[in-house]
Each structure stands twice: as C-alpha cells, then as structure tokens.
Design a protein around this ligand. Sequence first.
Ligand SMILES: NC(=O)c1ccc[n+]([C@@H]2O[C@H](COP(=O)([O-])OP(=O)(O)OC[C@H]3O[C@@H](n4cnc5c(N)ncnc54)[C@H](OP(=O)(O)O)[C@@H]3O)[C@@H](O)[C@H]2O)c1
Length: 274
Amino acid sequence: MKIKSKLLSNNISIPSIGFGTYKSGNEKETAIVVKEALNLGYKMIDTASFYKNEVGIGNGIKESKINREDIFLVTKLWNDDHGYENTIEAFNKSINNLKVDYIDLYLVHWPNKLNAETWRAFEYLYENKKVKSIGVCNFKIEHLEELKKTAKIMPMVNQIEIHPFSTKNDIVNYCEYNNIQVVAWGPIARGRVFTNDLMIELSNKYKKSIPQIVLRWHIQRNIIPIPKSSNKDRIKENIDIFDFEISSEDMKRINSLNEGDNISVSTPPVNTIY
Ligand SMILES: NC(=O)c1ccc[n+]([C@@H]2O[C@H](COP(=O)([O-])OP(=O)(O)OC[C@H]3O[C@@H](n4cnc5c(N)ncnc54)[C@H](OP(=O)(O)O)[C@@H]3O)[C@@H](O)[C@H]2O)c1
C-alpha cells in the first residue's frame, strides 16, 4: 500500500496517515506489530515515553529491515519531564530506548506551565538536527498564542483528539491558518463509531468498513489520522483508504455528528490539566 505524503511548514515531508501505538502490548508484542505495520506500508510510527513501549518500537524498526530514513518516527515528552534540562535528558532517554540517533517529530505531550522553557529545548534539538520537526499535542488556541510570545520557531504539528463526535473546528481552522499540521489521535474514537447509524449507512453505501470511512473523512479534512491496532488484518484495513472519495454532502453529514470540543474517549491524567 502506497501512502501519500504532505509537507510540513519547514518543508519536511510527513506521511498522510500513521500508526498509533498506545497500549501496543509488551516489548515483544510491540515489536511484532511495528514490524507488521512497516511491512504493510505504514511509514509513520507514533509513540511516547509515557507509553513505555519505545524499546519494543525500536526493536520492531530494526527487525523490519526498513531503512531508518524511510521511517517517520514520532515520540513525545511526558509531563514530568518539562523544563530545559529535563527535556534534553528525556529526549536522550527516548532515542536510547528507540535505538536511533534522531527523531523525525518530537512532540510536547500535554501543555504545561513550563511550556516556554521546554520549547526552548525543543528549538535547541531542532537547530542541532537531533529532531527533524517539532510540535505539540493537546494545545488549545490559547496555549499556542501564549507560546507565540516566546517561541523562535512555531510548532509544525499539533496532535489532538479528533473523531466524528469531536471535530474541533476552531482549533483545526486556527492551525490551518497558521500552517500547523493537525494530527488526530483517537481517530476512530476507540471504536465508538461502530454503533453509529450514519456510519453503518455510509459503510454500506461506499462498501468500506466503518474505520475506513472515518479515516478517509480525516484525510479529506486535511488531517493526519494515527489509528492504533494490534491486529494484522485491521492494521492493513486502516490504510486501505486511498481508492475512494466521500462526497462533500456525506462529509457534512459526518461533521454534523460533532458533540463538542469536550467530548473525549479518555480522561487525561490529573497532572496534565493546564
Ligand atoms: N497525543 C496524545 O495525547 C495521545 C493520546 C492518545 C493517543 N495518542 C496516539 O494516537 C493513537 C491512536 O489513538 P487511540 O489508540 O487512543 O485510539 P483509536 O486509534 O481511535 O482506537 C484504537 C482502538 O480501535 C481498535 N481498532 C483499530 N482499528 C480497528 C478496525 N479497523 N476495526 C476494529 N477495531 C479497530 C483497536 O483495537 P485492536 O488493537 O484490537 O485492533 C483499539 O482498541 C494512539 O495509539 C497513540 O499513538 C496520542
């Protein structure tokens, strides 16, 4: 399966869909699914130090025998590691665990009162070519506006929870206007889409599975989805979305499932709210 790419604001190419790995299993299981995903055609692997699976991811990358430069590897800085020195230390731990010498995209996992200091370290890592691109996750407009006051380089990516029940139009439009690529976590709402009547109807109409309809909806919104699966057939199914087009009318019908920005498939850990 050939996956198309998009360009970030710094002209670095990013795949238009990625592979999520939150709760990917133990070290061995993680290595197996990562290797499978890469061999099936995924280029982007999304992890985080918080997922405690970076070692398994690194093993899967090595075992896949795919060249490092053909893989777009994403990891994230956890909440306990904010601040300039801590960020550099956490980054070094991540690259050691992953057994790589650079990261394609390093993300701040959640906004934090130390954002400005942390971001200075991100800029250092970027300028010193330790990371090819830098970005954030779960940032609202006010977090990005605040960061703008001190940042030399603005984030190239904002990874946020988006699915048909939470379409996040305001932040998506803000990011598009400011040339920040939006990446959707929880893109199939961890399965909540399966029982929705409209999804069932569209699945029959387009002869595609419900996850395929939803992932295609993200792509047509210019958003990069990163579905997670630990099942080979589902891993394959989730990237088989480039041979059909959802009509603009059906796109609008899916958009109308939106229940608001605060609808979430997960509750963030308490220390992450800022
Ligand atoms: N930045 C952040 O704060 C943040 C937060 C959460 C997640 N993330 C990232 O985003 C990724 C995706 O989000 P997510 O894992 O929360 O949710 P998700 O991708 O919306 O849903 C994953 C769930 O859906 C199932 N699934 C996947 N494909 C399927 C298919 N074709 N048919 C049926 N079931 C399917 C998976 O089960 P099986 O494994 O059994 O297939 C899994 O239980 C994460 O893995 C992680 O990398 C980032």
